[in-house]
Design a protein around this ligand. Structure first.
Ligand SMILES: Cc1cc2nc3c(=O)[nH]c(=O)nc-3n(C[C@H](O)[C@H](O)[C@H](O)COP(=O)(O)OP(=O)(O)OC[C@H]3O[C@@H](n4cnc5c(N)ncnc54)[C@H](O)[C@@H]3O)c2cc1C
Length: 399
């Protein structure tokens, strides 16, 4: 059976694992990445990820650092404004509306939106040509020996990888995190989210909009035109049974409910392609490091899809890990290096998880008192300039 040797082993080749491989290889490390599921690199491929990600400025900086941004920038839609509309009842009646301007902070957009399957396609192309990366798709992590001087990983095809550092980027259920003996704390909300793409009558003007109502936000994130029509990615959170009902609804009826839920903001919305459905949880790993194993991305934290925090927080983990390695480049799994990584990320992850958890409860509440509080909070956050800028800055990434 094949025996691989590398500086770093990465379990999981989702977006986070792929980006980690790209960034670490660009820093000169040899990397072996394994994932049992090959990336679906077309919208119509089985298992294609039909969500989009609004990459915030720190994520863009990470992409720039390894030459990925040149590929992604031409495909991305900049987000210049963020609009929050608070509604109550059904059909939803607008209570408050506030617009946050990226120009209030800097001359750059808040972020850049890209379909996840497009990002995976570009990452896959990049990694195939990248020196020092061995991407093993079709085989996964099976077992771990976590020694003081190295890790030895066995893969499901019987091959092994000897590396100084093993990174768990293998998602919420992370088998590598579990093998390292790191537990998780999970909060379930009984919510699910639909994610899908629409075209619509009116232009989006590069404004991302979150419309609150009972069940959770309906989020519209601008995309590039599709067949000459304005297009957006939608993330629509609801109580679980309602999401399942919407997932299974005939397209015509679904479009009618979606039109009402969107308050007709962008005119009639036409569903393009399939709907996908996602459980909503908050989950944090109890520790980010054990021996020579570092935990990143959804293996370290899963958050409700509010404020584009999920994958962006994951990319902040990767940036922090790379920065920590600079202190001791010769041994990326050295205990002090990993302790510095954990120190740099733990508090930020905990704080983000707490804020998003609270936000999710308040945003989806149908109780009149909580709704009144929500509208008051929105007015305060927006209308008091220093508070507004502080919240916007915190939303973009760690200080
Ligand atoms: C509806 C929705 C909308 C979202 N929108 C945004 C947004 O706008 N902005 C944002 O920042 N975030 C967003 N997120 C969050 C974001 O999509 C996730 O954080 C991200 O996709 C997770 O990436 P990941 O690479 O950590 O995990 P995953 O994509 O789950 O990748 C984990 C990988 O590990 C692999 N794996 C499993 N078992 C093994 C094994 N034994 N060995 C090796 N590999 C294994 C899996 O096959 C998989 O490829 C959203 C989430 C949801 C649910």
């Amino acid at each position: 059976m094949t025996r691989h040797e590398a500086d770093i082993f990465i379990s999981g080749g989702g977006i986070a694992g792929q980006v980690a491989a790209a960034v670490l290889a660009a820093r000169g490390y040899s990397v072996v990445l394994a994932d049992p599921v090959p990336p679906a690199t077309g919208a119509d491929r089985a298992g294609a990820d039909l969500r989009s990600t609004a990459f915030l400025q720190p994520a863009r900086d990470l992409f720039v650092s390894c030459g990925l941004w040149e590929r992604l920038a031409p495909l991305a839609t900049p987000l210049d404004r963020l609009q929050v509309i608070d509604t109550t009842g059904w059909p939803p009646v607008e209570g408050e509306r506030r617009v946050f301007e990226a120009a209030d902070m800097s001359d750059e957009p808040f972020g850049w939106n890209l379909m996840n399957w497009v990002v995976r396609r570009e990452l896959w192309d990049y990694l195939q040509a990248a020196p020092r990366v061995t991407a093993l798709y079709g085989t996964g992590f099976k077992s771990l020996v976590n020694r003081t001087t190295e890790t030895i990983v066995t893969l499901t095809d019987g091959s092994s990888v000897r590396a100084k550092l093993a990174i768990a980027a293998d998602g919420k259920l992370s088998p590598l995190r579990e093998a390292a003996g790191i537990g998780v704390t999970t909060t379930r909300y009984g919510q699910k989210s639909l994610a899908f793409t629409v075209t619509h009558e009116l232009p989006h003007d590069n404004i991302s909009t979150e419309i609150y109502n009972e069940g959770g936000p309906f989020t519209i994130v601008p995309l590039a035109d599709l067949d000459g029509r304005p297009a957006s990615a939608i993330v629509w959170m609801n109580k679980g049974p309602r999401s399942v009902e919407l997932m299974e609804m005939e397209v015509e009826a679904f479009e009618q409910v979606m039109f009402e839920r969107s308050t007709g903001l962008l005119g009639w919305m036409q569903l393009e392609g399939n709907r996908s459905i996602w459980p909503i949880i908050t989950q944090t790993a109890d520790r980010l490091v054990e021996g020579r194993v570092a935990v990143v991305a959804e293996a370290a934290h899963a958050l409700p899809p509010i404020g584009a925090q999920g994958l962006n927080t994951s990319l902040n983990d990767i940036a922090a890990l790379v920065a920590a390695l600079e202190a001791h480049p010769a041994d990326p799994g050295e205990p002090h290096v990993l302790a510095n990584y954990e120190h740099a990320r733990k508090a930020d992850i905990r704080a983000r998880a707490r804020v998003i958890d609270l936000f999710n409860r308040v945003a989806g509440s149908g109780e009149a008192q909580v709704q009144a509080l929500r509208q008051m909070g929105l007015r305060a956050v927006h209308d008091i300039a220093p508070v507004r800028r502080g919240v916007m800055r915190a939303g973009l990434g760690p200080a």
